[in-house]
Every structure is written in structure tokens, then in C-alpha cells.
Design a protein around this ligand. Structure first.
Ligand SMILES: Nc1ncnc2c1ncn2[C@@H]1O[C@H](COP(=O)(O)OP(=O)(O)OP(=O)(O)O)[C@@H](O)[C@H]1O
Ligand SMILES: [Mg+2]
Length: 259
């Protein structure tokens, strides 16, 4: 029998904001990559972060989960102060991550990769195998694969999947632990338009089903407008635009890049 810690089976209630960023400045070397950023993400809200290359989008995602420290200002995520190691650990246990390159372990099966998401969040290090995992966890991972339409590919190695399928497995891995917050950095950048739409639609369905908040970056303005509730634009490390998606017109978004 594995000695497993108590499972987090659902996202606990989060009072207030999913994330509250106040006057945030982040330095990378001598450069200030974020400057005086104020930003709030409500529980269950979907926000698209947009802006030119180097604007600070990835930096902000990292700061939100405490992977980059504030030089000034503060970040409170899921009720925890990101200056404290304890708060950072708590937030990472309740956050799902998806990146541009799916980041799956190529030689492992789709099921094994999703299980890894579950086990890592539950602190079951070293117990990562579809064969040795508790049956209840395997069932949860299978359910997550079924939610992204890939139950029939559970046994396939990740490197035998298409880019779109691999990204859907990455979505299942991020959501299997029932996170309160999902962070996605250009999750559709390496996908063709149809696969990109499919991944975003899955994201929206699954984060809504779990009541999670979603913060994603994209260079696809149609995705920002179609899939987010709110669009936040960064330029030169500052917030340059913060609009409900319905008001984020192509013109407003264009000015973010031209201005
Ligand atoms: N590891 C690093 N060390 C030093 N500076 C960095 C590092 N990573 C990023 N930067 C700098 O921080 C700034 C913001 O980068 P960031 O990656 O957050 O931009 P981005 O908006 O995500 O851009 P992109 O659209 O290209 O992904 C840039 O000026 C970049 O050069
Ligand atoms: Mg980036």
C-alpha cells in the first residue's frame, strides 16, 4: 500500500479574488519587466492576457503563482501571500498549468501523464505509474481523459499523439486535480486553428464545470475575445488595457500593438 497524504478532491471555497496583484514590480537582472501592475482575477473568471512579445505576460503568470518574486508590491493568490513559501506551496497544489509545448513525458502513456498531474498535486512523489497507482486515482485520471475525448488513447505513449491530442492530454493533466486556478501560457500557439479552437473550448467547458478561474496568454486576438470574460493587455511591463471581452474591439487590441 502506498502511504498517501489526504487527497484534495475538490477546490475549496476561495473567499475574495482568485488573484489580487497590487503595484507589482518584477525585476529580471537590471530590467524591470513588470512595473506597477494592478490586476484582479475573480473566482471562476476567465482572463486573456495579451500584448507584444516581451510585454511581460509570462512574467505575470509566473508572479501570480509565486515563481517570480515581487521587487515591489504584492501578489495574493487563492487567499495566500506569494511572499510566503507556505502560501506558494498551497497555491501550486490548487493550480493547473498548461504551456505552449504540452510538456508531457513522451515515453509515458497518456494515462500515466494525467496520473502524474494528480499524484504530483497530492504529494505522492515516486509513486507515479499507471500500474501501481491506487485504482480510485486511475479512475479519476481516466475520467479526465474521457472529458477531453481521449479515453480510447489512454494506453498510447504521449509521443504517438498528434500535437492537438497531446495538448488535450495536457489539459486533462492540469484539470484532474480539480484546481481552483488554471494558468495557461500560449496553450494553442503550436496548434492549427481547428485544434486550437478545440483546446480552448475544452478549457472553457472544464474550468466552468469545476468553477475554476482561468488566466491564459495568447497572441490570437480572436481567442482572447471569444473565450475570455475579460481581456487584459500588457505593454512594456505595464497594464495598457483591461476590458470586458465584448468591448475588446479589434481596434482597441490593435492599438495595444501599434501604440
Ligand atoms: N530569464 C530571464 N532573464 C532576464 N530577463 C528575462 C527573462 N525572461 C524574460 N525576460 C525579459 O522579461 C521581459 C518580459 O518577458 P516575458 O517573457 O514576460 O514576455 P511575454 O509578454 O511573455 O512575451 P512573449 O509574447 O514573447 O512570450 C522581456 O524583456 C524579456 O527579455
Ligand atoms: Mg511569454
Amino acid at each position: 500500500m502506498l502511504d498517501l497524504p489526504t487527497a484534495l478532491t475538490a477546490a475549496p471555497e476561495t473567499p475574495g479574488a482568485a488573484c489580487r496583484v497590487r503595484g507589482l514590480t518584477v525585476r529580471r537582472g537590471a530590467r524591470e519587466t513588470l512595473r506597477g501592475v494592478d490586476f484582479t482575477l475573480a473566482p471562476g473568471e476567465k482572463v486573456a492576457l495579451v500584448g507584444p512579445n516581451g510585454a511581460g505576460k509570462t512574467t505575470l503568470l509566473n508572479a501570480v503563482v509565486g515563481l517570480l518574486a515581487a521587487a515591489d508590491g504584492g501578489v495574493e493568490t487563492l487567499g495566500a501571500d506569494m511572499r510566503a513559501a507556505k502560501g506558494r506551496r498551497a497555491v501550486r497544489a490548487r493550480t493547473g498549468f498548461v504551456f505552449q509545448q504540452h510538456g508531457l513525458v513522451r515515453r509515458r502513456s497518456a494515462l500515466s501523464n494525467v496520473l502524474h498531474g494528480l499524484m504530483a498535486r497530492r504529494g505522492a512523489w515516486g509513486a507515479w505509474s499507471a500500474a501501481t497507482a491506487p485504482a480510485a486515482w486511475r479512475a479519476e485520471a481516466m475520467e479526465a481523459l474521457a472529458e477531453v475525448g481521449l479515453a480510447d488513447r489512454a494506453a498510447d505513449r504521449a509521443d504517438r499523439l498528434s500535437g492537438g491530442q497531446a495538448q488535450r492530454v495536457a489539459v486533462a493533466r492540469a484539470l484532474v486535480c480539480r484546481p481552483a486556478l488554471v494558468i495557461a501560457d500560449e496553450p494553442t500557439a503550436s496548434l492549427d486553428p481547428a485544434a486550437g479552437r478545440e483546446v480552448m473550448e475544452l478549457f472553457c467547458t472544464l474550468v466552468d464545470r469545476r468553477g475554476a478561474a482561468l488566466l491564459f496568454t495568447t497572441h490570437d486576438m480572436e481567442h482572447a475575445r471569444a473565450y475570455a470574460d475579460r481581456v487584459v493587455g500588457l505593454r512594456g511591463g505595464r497594464i495598457a488595457l483591461d476590458l470586458p471581452a465584448a468591448k475588446a474591439s479589434p481596434r482597441a487590441l490593435g492599438e495595444l500593438f501599434d501604440g
